[in-house]
Ligand binder design. Structure first.
Ligand SMILES: Nc1ncnc2c1ncn2[C@@H]1O[C@H](COP(=O)(O)OP(=O)(O)OP(=O)(O)O)[C@@H](O)[C@H]1O
Length: 246
């Protein structure tokens, strides 16, 4: 089942084409990695999918419903974890989760928050203020918050940037569990290791254009000069964006 489909999505900002005719789908239980150099349009695309920004043209559908026309209907189906910590700084972790659960009309909000605190190992610091959290704690709290409304599509904008390797592993394991629950996930990342370990398919953006979307194995085949060339994903990526060092 398709959780998300994008059909010819474009975005113009101040006469500049930021995204050009992007089409792809994300299926139930699939993790799609969105790769691209700085300024390629990854964050803009995530904002459009999340409904925070309108496309200039094209269709965004969540479980078949037009996400632009029926924004309210699809709002709870999407969880968005941004790059920056956008939780209320003076709230405690528990308060931040509870206020979000109420805003999104989560049933049995208190119980749902308790479950999430347990699941993400946040019990010891549940009463710590958001502005006193380490980067890893904040990222976990943001993912937990996004999952409270039980979204079908989770958008993670650079989920492991700046994190210790052990916290990064924790987050990867959580993401893999979500895939098993059938959630569709899009991750933007600059880490090839993360893309290769987690993602079922990889989409490559360059200057707002979708250069490819396929499995890492197929992308390697496409870009290999001959059958004997054994490419890393990094090399494949650099070839797609025309930046391979010779
Ligand atoms: N509000 C805006 N006004 C003008 N230009 C914008 C705006 N938002 C984004 N852009 C431009 O759109 C392009 C894509 O930006 P975007 O942040 O989506 O790229 P990105 O792939 O997420 O980059 P990064 O990897 O650095 O996060 C950039 O050239 C950026 O300058």
């Amino acid at each position: 089942m398709q959780i998300l489909s994008l059909n010819e999505v474009s975005k113009k900002i101040q006469q500049k084409d930021i995204l050009k005719n992007i089409s792809f789908a994300v299926n139930e239980g699939e993790i799609l990695g969105l790769l691209g150099p700085n300024g390629a349009g990854k964050t803009t695309l995530m904002q459009i999918i999340s409904g925070l920004m309108l496309p200039s043209s094209g269709k965004v559908r969540i479980l078949g419903t037009d996400a632009v026309q029926y924004r309210q209907k699809v709002k709870n189906l999407i969880g968005f974890v941004m790059q920056d910590n956008n939780m209320e700084r003076e709230f405690t972790v528990k308060e931040a989760l509870l206020s979000y659960a109420k805003l999104y009309k989560v049933k049995e909000a208190k119980f749902a928050v308790e479950k999430m605190i347990e699941r993400f190992g946040m019990r010891k610091w549940q009463n710590r203020r958001i502005d006193r959290l380490s980067g890893g704690m904040a990222r976990k709290a943001m993912i937990a918050r996004a999952l409270l409304a039980e979204p079908k599509l989770l958008l993670l904008d650079e989920p492991s940037v700046g994190l210790d390797p052990d916290v990064r592993l924790d987050i990867w394991r959580e993401i893999e569990k979500l895939r098993c629950q059938g959630i569709g996930i899009i991750i933007t990342t600059h880490y090839m290791e993360e893309a290769e370990r987690l993602c079922d398919r990889i989409a490559i953006l360059k200057e707002g254009k979708l250069m490819a979307v396929d499995t890492a194995v197929n992308l390697k085949h496409i870009m290999a000069k001959d059958n004997s060339e054994d490419l890393t994903l990094e090399k494949v990526f650099l070839r797609f964006i025309g930046r391979e060092a010779f």
